[in-house]
Write a protein that binds this ligand. Structure first.
Ligand code: 6PG
Length: 245
């Protein structure tokens, strides 16, 4: 896998390194910086750090020109404890001066996950002013990885792995007995930069498989930007099974 892998001492160092990379990228672009946020628990510390008035990033980040999308969401409303939007809003977006119209959340409260996926696809198409066969190109996509090798809401064995047309899908996730709403691989792999944040020793074994193992076994292995950078930021616990250089 042609990727940049960085191992940081712990979850705090991981969040700091991620905030550093995001700030550098956001500052470097001229007009707007378009980022897709990931959900789950790992990025929460990063979001809090980016909005922390006592840390350097909040002052550096060009909030006015940053646009926030989500790589996936649960089929719930913005106030639900399961909502990826709610987590990012409470940890960061509600604490900084980002224009409301720059926050493009997935409407998980729609009557069906399929409807939410279709609505988000048309939101992406209109925001990026896409022609029919065109893909959106996000400046940065944040991703996490589950202990089963899933990323965004693309789980092992999911039909989404074969999706070539749609930008957003609503797969049924048997092991969670729920639908999820997720950006598809063509969108994720069309980003300028993809940044994985992985923390904790429960991910160590799978991480070594994903990065060094046989290809095509885990959804996270299907993330390799066609014309962009791929970076894995790990804490020592998550990276503990990677062969040392
Ligand atoms: C979600 C995420 C998902 C997450 C992984 C890792 O909505 O749950 O987008 O892909 O990144 O499950 O989750 P943790 O960070 O909680 O381990």
């Amino acid at each position: 896998m042609n990727a940049n892998v960085e191992i940081l001492s712990d979850a705090v160092a991981l969040a700091n390194r991620a905030a550093q990379l995001i700030s550098a990228q956001a500052i470097s672009v001229n007009n707007r910086f378009i980022i897709a946020l990931s959900g789950g628990s790992t990025p929460k510390r990063l979001y809090e750090l980016m909005a922390d008035p006592n840390a350097e990033y909040r002052k550096q980040l060009p909030w006015q020109k940053m646009h926030f999308f989500w790589s996936d969401e649960r089929p719930v409303g913005p106030g639900d404890s399961e909502s990826n939007y709610r987590m990012a809003n409470e940890a960061m977006l509600s604490r900084v001066l980002v224009p409301e119209e720059n926050v493009h959340r997935i409407l998980g409260e729609k009557s069906s996950a399929q409807e939410a996926a279709a609505a988000y696809e048309s939101q992406l198409r209109s925001f990026f002013e896409l022609a029919n066969d065109e893909l959106p190109r996000l400046d940065l996509v944040l991703l996490g990885m589950g202990a089963d090798g899933h990323t965004a809401s693309i789980f092992p064995g999911s039909e989404v792995l074969q999706e070539k047309q749609r930008l957003v899908a609503a797969p049924w996730v048997e092991k969670l007995h729920t639908y999820r709403i997720t950006m598809t691989l063509p969108v994720l792999n069309n980003a300028s930069n993809v940044l994985f944040l992985v923390s904790g020793d429960d991910k160590a074994a799978i991480l070594n498989e994903v990065i060094n193992g046989e290809r095509g076994r885990f959804p996270a292995q299907s993330i390799y930007p066609s014309n962009g950078s791929l970076t894995w930021l790990l804490d020592e616990a998550a990276g503990s099974k990677l062969p040392s250089n």
